[in-house]
Design a protein around this ligand. Structure first.
Ligand code: 5AD
Ligand code: SF4
Length: 349
């Protein structure tokens, strides 16, 4: 049954939910190997060998929402909250620009302190001073705001569905609603954004069927950037005592996502790197093709604790993962900025 489904992909046939479940249920060593190889082959055909490197500034860890899984939730009083000023954000963007990176991701909790006008000013300055591509990851905003941000120069918007099973979505999001999140996803697409979504693997009560739905959701909404990672327990949250999502299941979702969605960007996420020190390279070998660096200033980043024991993926870590996976470092990167790695080793590739 399993190999029959893999053959359908080779013939470019569309998979239904039960076929996706068959792939996700792979557990014999030979099946897993075949699945990851197939995903890696499609990745190579669709997006080639270069791993795209982007950089995120987590500019505020204030959040007015109370998602059950997340350490930034408003009821977590054990977190030192911070907000970066416009000038601080521009300063870090300049550092990212000097690394040669072409896309900056502005990420925060849902923090209305950053009004429409404040965000617009930041977008305009980044465009004027650096001409970089801008990804916004600010949570849910109004349709009007999405439009204004787009017109100011934002290119991408990252708003994750987290869980495409409606009941599961509503269970983990006390302030949110599945229909609303889906509607926002649609708006972002209609407004011309390059859209990002994705979700968590290993949430309490999540089934294989739910993971198959997650994959079909990304396909249905035509998402360009699909970030999946394990659920990781965060201290001081209702889910602090639950167990982490597991690596193999996460890699299987990455692989099947690639097989189903094909020509998309799939990051080897920070959550995967946090679960397992080799997780990122394994994800790159199972269909992923993007790494996002964390460029939040060192004195602040430990407070952006969406989950506990987060790996601070920096340029050196990313380059090591890319080399370990035998893939290409993007030509736009300025490798003079590497610390740990011997340059000759990099140049030899
Ligand atoms: N485990 C894994 N990922 C998490 N995120 C938030 N909390 C967790 C967690 N406990 C991810 C979600 C969310 C982003 C803020 O970080 O995908 O979109
Ligand atoms: Fe806030 Fe996002 Fe965390 Fe939910 S997942 S609490 S919206 S930062």
């Amino acid at each position: 049954k399993f190999s029959r489904v893999l053959k359908k992909i080779a013939k470019d046939e569309v998979l239904n939910i039960s076929e996706i479940k068959t792939l996700l249920k792979a557990n014999r060593e030979s099946e897993l190997e075949a699945l990851f190889l197939a995903a890696n082959r499609i990745r190579e055909e669709a997006v080639k060998d270069t791993v795209d490197v982007r950089a995120a500034i987590e500019f505020s860890n204030y959040c007015h929402k109370n998602c059950n899984y997340c350490g930034l939730r408003r009821e977590n009083k054990n977190l030192t909250r911070y907000r970066m000023t416009e000038d601080e954000i521009i300063k870090v963007t300049k550092e990212i620009y000097e690394l040669g990176i072409e896309t900056v991701i502005l990420q925060s909790g849902e923090d209305p302190w950053y009004t429409t006008d404040k965000i617009v000013k930041i977008i305009r300055r980044i465009k004027e001073e650096f001409g970089m591509k801008i990804t916004l990851s600010l949570g849910e905003r109004t349709k009007k705001e999405y439009k204004v941000f787009k017109e100011a120069g934002a290119d991408n918007y990252l708003l994750k569905i987290e869980a495409a099973n409606k009941d599961l979505f509503n269970q983990i999001h006390p302030d949110d609603n599945y229909e609303v999140r889906s509607k926002h996803t649609k708006w972002l697409k209609e407004l011309g954004y390059i859209t990002g979504s994705g979700g968590m693997i290993g949430l309490p009560s999540q089934s294989i069927e739910d993971l198959a739905k997650d994959i079909l959701f990304q396909k249905k909404y035509g998402i360009h950037m699909i970030g999946v990672g394990p659920f990781l327990p965060a201290n001081n949250t209702p889910y602090a005592e639950y167990k982490s999502g597991d690596l193999i299941t996460t890699l299987k979702v990455v692989a099947v996502m690639r097989l189903v969605c094909q020509n998309v960007f799939i990051p080897a996420t920070t959550a995967i790197a946090s679960l397992d020190s080799e997780g990122q390279e394994k994800a790159l070998e199972s269909g992923a093709n993007v790494i996002m660096l964390i460029m939040t200033p060192p004195q602040l980043r430990e407070n952006y604790e969406i989950y506990s024991n987060k790996n601070m993926v920096d340029l050196d870590w990313a380059v090591e993962s890319i080399m370990a996976a035998n893939r290409k470092i993007p030509e736009y990167l300025n490798l003079d900025k590497l610390n740990r790695i011997d340059r000759s080793e990099v140049d030899a590739r």
